[in-house]
Each structure stands twice: as structure tokens, then as C-alpha cells.
Design a protein around this ligand. Sequence first.
Ligand code: UDP
Length: 195
Amino acid sequence: NQAFSVLGIPVHVMANYPGWLLESLEQGRGIHVVTLNAEMTMQAEQNEFLAQIIKNAELVIPDGAGVVLYLRLLLWQKVQRFPGIELAEKLLQELGQQKTGAKVFFYGAAPGVASTAADFWQQQIPELNIVGTHSGYHSPEEEAQLQQTLAQLQPQVIFVGLGVPRQELWIAENRHLCPQAIWIGVGGSFDIWSG
Ligand code: UDP
């Protein structure tokens, strides 16, 4: 798991991110995945708290073209760009193909969007085990309920679509609820999947 510094943020370069994540899943290693783009690195420069969260993430993937270009020049080798939504889709496909039965949870976006996205994926990949969804707009009371649900369900793959940097902060604050899970910030992916 080799990491290279992009403006002080360690970015991991590997051939098969979904494969590595599935291994982590099998071993019950908790992982926070950040898909890094230029906008995020700029936000991190302004926000030390966010910077620390990204540095603490077990997996930071080059998402934006700027980050990839930087790494190519630094390493003098081809570095593949992996947008967050593509990583999420690839991971869902692998979970289905390998029939892992891993519990998946979708959190974020306007009311109804995450559940529509979940229906879409469940139809595409019947082997998936999506155990729950929750919208990203709610009261503090509902948030407490969501935290309780997560602690009880113990999903193993949790997609969080609240936008940057809200989703990264939220994951850092809540990942202790499901310490063995893979947590991924997916931005507006639920909106795209729900059509
Ligand atoms: N969002 C949310 N709760 C909020 C603010 C935003 O669930 O309090 C959702 C919003 O509905 C959208 C996603 O977060 O689905 C942000 O999407 P965007 O494409 O802006 O993400 P980014 O560009 O930051 O990856």
C-alpha cells in the first residue's frame, strides 16, 4: 500500500483498489476511503481538521485529473484515475460477483434518492445485500436514530453521499459505530444512480 505525497496528502497508488477493499472486508479491517481531487486538496489547505482526516484515511485514491497528472510527473509512470463513483460501482459489482453477502448501506442525498438508488442496484445485481438507506437531510433526533441503526445493523460497506467535506467529517466522526466497515464518501453518486 504505497503512498505518495500530493501537496502533503498521502495518495495510494495500486493496481486494483476494489480488490484491496474486498480483502480488507474479508479481514474486517475498517477503512475510510477518500477519493481525492484538486478541490479537496485546496479545501484541506484551508482546513487543518479536514486535512488531518484525509491523512488518517486508510485509502486515498486519485480521483481528479489534476491529482493524477501530479502523480504521473512525480512517479514518471502511468497512474490510473479512479473517480469515486466508478470505484463505488466497481465495488458493488465485485460484491455481487463474489457473492460475499456483505451488508451495504446508502446514506445521503434528498429524501427518497438513496432508496431509489438502492432499488436500482438491487435490480441490476440481485446478489447484493443492501440492508438499509437514509436520506442526507434530517433533524438531530433522526441522526441519532441513524447512528443507532448503523450500530445495530453493522453494515460492512457504507456509502456516504453528503458532498465534500461534509461526508469526510461525518465518516471520521461516526466510523467507530461500525469499526470493521469500509466507509466511502461518494458525493452526488446517489443522485446519478437514481436517474
Ligand atoms: N447532501 C446531503 N445533505 C446535506 C448536503 C448535501 O445529503 O446536508 C447531498 C446532496 O443532496 C447531494 C450530495 O450531498 O446528493 C452532494 O453532491 P455533490 O455532487 O455536490 O458532491 P461533491 O461535488 O461534493 O462530491
